[in-house]
Design a protein around this ligand. Structure first.
Ligand code: 5GP
Ligand code: MG
Length: 187
């Protein structure tokens, strides 16, 4: 019998760091997401067109849970941008890899972000979306580290987050841990 070590097989990098302390449980998230849905619904006049725009990949679980709590007409779009890669620190520049091919003009746009850290992603993205003349742009972030004062604060925030690197409920480290139903800090 050869062990993994003897065979020279190393676990992938992401497996050397593991989710540690649970910061928000699945139950806490479920409760807060339902509250957020009520806040969002109350903000938008009934009858006006709303597009919920998820920033992939991190927001995919949050968006899925949020929209299923909402009882008003809406459309769902996604946008893929990256400022992080596999590193834990924001690089400070944003590349857009995919954006909605539908007409956003005249529609209320609600951006769904997993977590706000430096705020770079949103401050670079929002002016570009404005060019498409939506009726309004608001941000709904599940987590906000509140590390920096932003020019425009998100209108809807799930939780204030500790200044730690978090994983789970959509958030990854090097592609791992997105599927966890809770949010934990990486140890
Ligand atoms: P910002 O542009 O605000 O610095 O960072 C926003 C993006 O950075 C988030 O959408 C997320 O992809 C990534 N990010 C920031 N903080 C964390 C964190 O604690 N954990 C993970 N997994 N991603 C983070
Ligand atoms: Mg992200």
């Amino acid at each position: 019998m050869t062990t993994i070590e003897e065979a020279g097989v190393r676990p992938p990098a992401a497996e050397q760091e593991r989710p540690g302390r649970v910061v928000f449980t699945a139950g806490e998230i479920r409760h807060r997401v339902a509250e957020l849905a009520r806040e969002v619904e109350a903000h938008y006049p009934a009858g006006e067109p709303l597009t919920v725009l998820g920033l992939l990949k991190g927001s995919f679980i949050f968006l899925s849970d949020l929209v299923r709590e909402m009882r008003r007409p809406l459309q769902i779009e996604f946008l893929v941008a990256s400022s992080y890669g596999a590193a834990k620190r924001s690089s400070g520049s944003l590349a857009i890899h995919y954006d909605p091919r539908t007409d956003l003009a005249g529609r209320h746009l609600l951006l769904i972000e997993d977590i706000i850290d430096s705020g770079t992603t949103l401050s670079e993205l929002i002016p570009r979306l404005r060019e498409q003349a939506p009726a309004s742009i608001e941000v709904c972030a599940l987590l906000h580290k509140r590390l920096v004062r932003l020019d425009e604060e998100p209108r809807f925030v799930g939780f204030s987050a500790p200044a730690e690197f978090l994983v789970g409920y959509g958030l990854d480290h090097a592609g791992e841990f997105r599927h966890l139903p809770y949010i934990a800090s990486l140890s």
